[in-house]
Design a protein around this ligand. Structure first.
Ligand SMILES: [Zn+2]
Length: 405
């Protein structure tokens, strides 16, 4: 049965802790991700996929040759890592039927979930749902997608259906800046239609994400004893405060929604000698995004003029770009996705995602890559949950896309 296969794969893959580590520069950043990629490679070998490539970077690519020459080649991408938000790296999923009343998920800690705080549960009364035990995220982001792709790999290997070339890519370190997808060698993943399967509730389609950048301001001041500080001491912390105040009214995450962009001050460090401020830059519209970067440069120049004795350095870099910018004239991949949803009677919910997916990195490389749902809610939280009927529908969409290619 479809659901059993999906759940078996899911439990098998969440059993491997695979948080990524933003503090590391190697790829993958953690051994758990490599271990998961190796397990997938061996599971694929059992299904008859003997030509999978596990690259040094931790990227795993599998290919099923097509038997329908006129069909488009299609690729699916999922990420191996689970986000580290300070919760336990080990995941203990449980399946519970939600009956509409508050649900205790951990009798020891009293961790529970209810519609008071999570009204989205109301859509799933009477359904079997995968939950956490409150100590970790569920990891449906993105092991639900990995399970969908493995189930699809299994179905295609075992059935006689006709299809074009199908590629599967499992990439590391999505949660720490889409690092794996940025390294995916497209010559080994030569697909015409590409999709990520990530986050989001049943029916959700994403073909617009933020343009994203980061800025790091470093201020070296001049230290002095306060008794002889007049006209000598340059306090880098106050320059940092000036900088943050100047970002003031151009949007903050907590004040914006929909298609509004923002500056997000993510980190501040400071002592008497040096201060740093890290800022995330986000905007859907390319022109507005460019204006934000330009504004930061203007602020940097202003601070240098105002504090001539401080040494001020501003580094602004692009992190990923809006998927829709890679769509161009050929909307085939997206049209097919909407057709697949329509065929399956799943109402499409298109959202402009206030974040990025691996598709943002692939689209920046020129491969237009829309995203569709895994069915999960509340990712990056211990309240993450995955209704099993939605999980099965995620699989059905992937399968339908292959049939339609
Ligand atoms: Zn994800």
């Amino acid at each position: 049965m479809l659901e059993t296969t999906l759940i078996d794969y899911f439990q098998r893959y969440v059993a491997i802790s695979s948080q990524s580590d933003a503090g590391k520069t190697c790829s993958p950043t953690t051994e758990g991700q490599r271990e998961l990629a190796s397990l997938l490679k061996s599971d694929l070998a059992v299904l008859g996929y003997n030509n999978t490539e596990l690259l040094d970077s931790g990227i795993l690519i599998a290919h099923l040759a097509g038997n329908k020459p006129e069909a488009k080649s299609i690729g699916f991408v999922a990420h191996l890592d689970t986000v580290d938000v300070g919760l336990s790296p080990d995941i203990h999923p449980q399946i519970r039927c939600y009956d509409g009343t508050p649900l205790c998920l951990n009798t020891e800690t009293g961790f529970s979930i209810s519609e008071d705080t999570h009204p989205e549960l109301n859509k799933y009364v009477g359904q079997e749902i995968l939950f956490t035990d409150g100590s970790s995220v569920l990891g449906a982001d993105n092991k639900a997608a990995i399970s969908v792709m493995m189930t699809l790999a299994k179905t295609l290997a075992e059935s006689e259906c006709t299809h074009g070339d199908v590629y599967f890519a499992f990439v590391p370190d999505e949660e720490i800046g889409l690092r794996g997808a940025k390294q995916l060698p497209l010559d080994r993943f030569p697909v015409e239609h590409c999709y990520t399967i990530d986050c989001c509730e049943r029916g959700e389609v994403i073909f617009e994400t933020f343009n994203a950048g980061s800025a790091l301001l470093t201020i070296d001041g001049i230290t002095a004893h306060p008794m002889s500080a007049k006209n000598v001491l340059v306090n880098p912390n106050l320059v940092a405060a000036d900088f943050i105040n100047l970002l003031g009214d151009m949007g903050k995450p907590e004040q914006t929604e929909g298609r509004e962009g923002y500056f997000w001050v993510t980190d501040i460090t400071g002592n008497q000698n040096r201060a740093t401020v890290s800022v995330a830059i986000r905007d859907f519209d390319q022109a507005s995004y460019d204006e934000r970067k330009q504004y930061l440069e203007t602020v940097g120049a202003f601070l240098k003029a105002k504090h001539p004795k401080a040494e001020i350095q501003l580094v602004v870099s692009d992190v990923y770009s809006n998927i829709s910018q890679a769509m161009g004239e050929d909307t085939g991949a997206l049209d097919r996705l909407y057709d697949a949803l329509a065929d399956l009677d799943i109402p499409a919910k298109t959202i402009a995602m206030r974040g990025g997916t691996d598709g943002s990195a692939l689209s920046a490389k020129g491969l237009f890559t829309p995203n569709f749902f895994t069915g999960a809610h509340n990712f990056h939280s211990s309240y993450e949950f995955l209704p099993i009927p939605s999980f099965a529908d995620s699989y059905r969409v992937a399968h339908r896309l292959v049939e339609m290619a």
